[in-house]
Design a protein around this ligand. Sequence first.
Ligand SMILES: [Zn+2]
Length: 93
Amino acid sequence: MGRREGYPLYLKKYCGDTLKNQVHDLDREDKEFQGCRIDEIIASGRARPFIPDALEQAHNDGFADCPKCIGETRRRSLRRDCDGGPPSSRGGS
Ligand SMILES: [Zn+2]
């Protein structure tokens, strides 16, 4: 599988799902039954490329990472910087 020739992706690395607002990395596509289902996205007309073909551009366009093909790899490389400080320090004084 991997990147798709022809409309609308033209061998782009990233595929946006305009229904779920998710971006998929076709080089890491999850081909399991409940995986990315890229062909289904294309067949139903929800696929769109990004210009430039970059994950950052997808984020700028409001797309979230697909947890199957992008989320897993990012989680491994990112450190725990999502919890911005201890929750006990929140709230009023
Ligand atoms: Zn995916």
